[in-house]
Design a protein around this ligand. Structure first.
Ligand code: AMP
Length: 423
């Protein structure tokens, strides 16, 4: 299958070739024909599947065709995304794919001055990519009007709901013309998303590429069982053992991300944190540093990580496991993007065992258990308590150590005590 087979016009195909896309991804193959026919689409696809191009290409193509017939003013397509990073990423995709067309777009998001965004809007745009908060703000100021919108995209809807944007979205929807085409993408479809979709879409075509329980096949997954206080040492051990020179590392909290960066920097590992408390500039700087490889580890919280798009990310490390199993799938979707192989390594402490059990259940109970060093730390006495012993140091030597459900304790081989990570 080629983009030409999907009836994508020549200027777009040319841009795609320059991006190195040789064939459409499954979500593109399944959605593009329907969107080009003018149908509403309900897409269930996780990040990394190529869903941005699945809606961006038909939007560019449809508006290019219309532009040839008439020139109208006002915003014609509105794309709502949950985070600034994702919005910027979508904007970049429109620039890349639409480079040979004359469709104007701009991106607006909060946390920065609205001045430049208003200037861009004033110059007249066809496609607006926005986060809900800033969009509403500019709508309330009378700067943005949505009555000309013909095409509406809600991207990563589950994340938008997680982030508490439901009211904002509902307010925005009331200002859209009822006669429009709507595309809706969500990685998961809990009942409230189904309800929202039912109210928004008209006779939608449902398109699904991989269920949330089927993460990218190309991702090699493994887990280390480790006590919380030993995770820093384990991270250093894993970086050396696997020769990892570039990885995205997840923590559950912003505070955890900052603390880890401090500890890493102390031992000479270049790391930056990306999370909601960082200014937009700081986030972009961190992301740029990571992309150009001056930053070795990018430490991210889940919400901030959405929209981080780094080509061929080889490693994702779950330094802390997520509370919600689906989030694990989102995280590991950052590696092995668009078919490239990748590795996801998780650190599971005693208090995270329940989260890990949920993840295994979602995955179908399969993950390699890795052996880490036996850490020599002051809390060893506590770790020797009977219930800890059964978790960290199995009485019986395990047979193969490849299935976590069979052998949650991992291996028993001892490594020499390692130097403490930070003083
Ligand atoms: P997305 O799911 O839209 O965030 O896209 C994930 C990644 O896949 C991005 O880096 C895209 O540039 C890339 N990508 C999207 N479509 C294709 C394709 N047909 N061939 C190769 N890479 C693609």
């Amino acid at each position: 299958m080629t983009f030409e087979n999907l009836n994508i016009i020549e200027p777009l195909c040319r841009a795609l070739k320059q991006k190195g896309y040789t064939s459409p991804s499954p979500i593109q193959e399944k959605s593009i024909p329907y969107i080009l026919q003018g149908k509403d689409v309900f897409g269930c696809a996780q990040t990394g599947t190529g869903k941005t191009a699945a809606f961006a290409l038909p939007i560019l193509q449809l508006f290019h065709a219309k532009q040839l017939i008439r020139k109208s003013f006002g915003i014609k397509a509105l794309i709502l995304a949950p985070t600034r990073e994702l919005a910027i990423q979508i904007g970049q995709s429109f620039s890349d794919y639409g480079k040979n067309l004359n469709i104007k777009h701009t991106v607006i998001f909060g946390g920065v001055s609205q001045h430049h965004q208003i200037k861009a809007l004033d110059s007249g745009i066809d496609v607006l990519i926005a986060t809900p908060g800033r969009l509403l703000d500019l709508m309330n100021q009378g700067i943005i009007k949505l009555h000309t919108v013909e095409f509406f995209v809600l991207d990563e809807v589950d994340r938008m709901l997680d982030m508490g944007f439901i009211r904002d979205i509902q307010r925005i929807i009331t200002k859209l013309p009822p006669k429009r085409q709507t595309v809706f993408f969500s990685a998961t479809v809990p009942p409230e998303i189904r309800k929202l979709a039912d109210g928004l879409l008209q006779n939608p075509v449902a398109v699904q590429v991989a269920t949330i329980s089927a993460p990218a096949e190309a991702v090699k997954q493994s887990v280390y069982y480790v006590e919380k206080q030993d995770k820093k040492d384990l991270l250093k051990f894993v970086l050396e053992k696997e020769k990892i020179d570039h990885a995205l590392v997840f923590t559950r909290t912003k505070h955890g991300a900052d603390k880890l960066v401090k500890d890493l920097v102390k031992v000479g590992i270049k790391a930056e944190a990306i999370h909601g408390n960082k200014s937009q500039n700081a986030r972009q700087r961190a992301l740029e540093g990571f992309k150009n490889r001056t930053v070795r580890l990018l430490i991210a919280t889940d919400i901030a990580s959405r929209g981080i798009d780094v080509d061929k990310l080889s490693h994702v490390i779950n330094y802390e496991l997520p509370e919600v199993a689906e989030t694990y799938i989102h995280r590991i979707g950052r590696t092995g993007r668009a078919g490239a192989g990748g590795t996801a390594i998780s650190f599971c402490a005693s208090e995270e065992k329940a989260y890990f059990k949920d993840i295994l259940k979602l995955l179908g109970n399969k993950m390699d258990v890795m052996e880490g060093p036996a850490f020599n730390n002051p809390r060893k006495a506590e770790a020797e308590r009977p219930e800890r012993r059964s978790f960290n140091r199995p009485a019986k030597k395990p047979d193969s150590g490849t299935a976590a459900n069979k052998n949650p304790a991992g291996g028993s081989k001892r490594f020499p005590p390692r130097r403490k990570f930070s003083s």
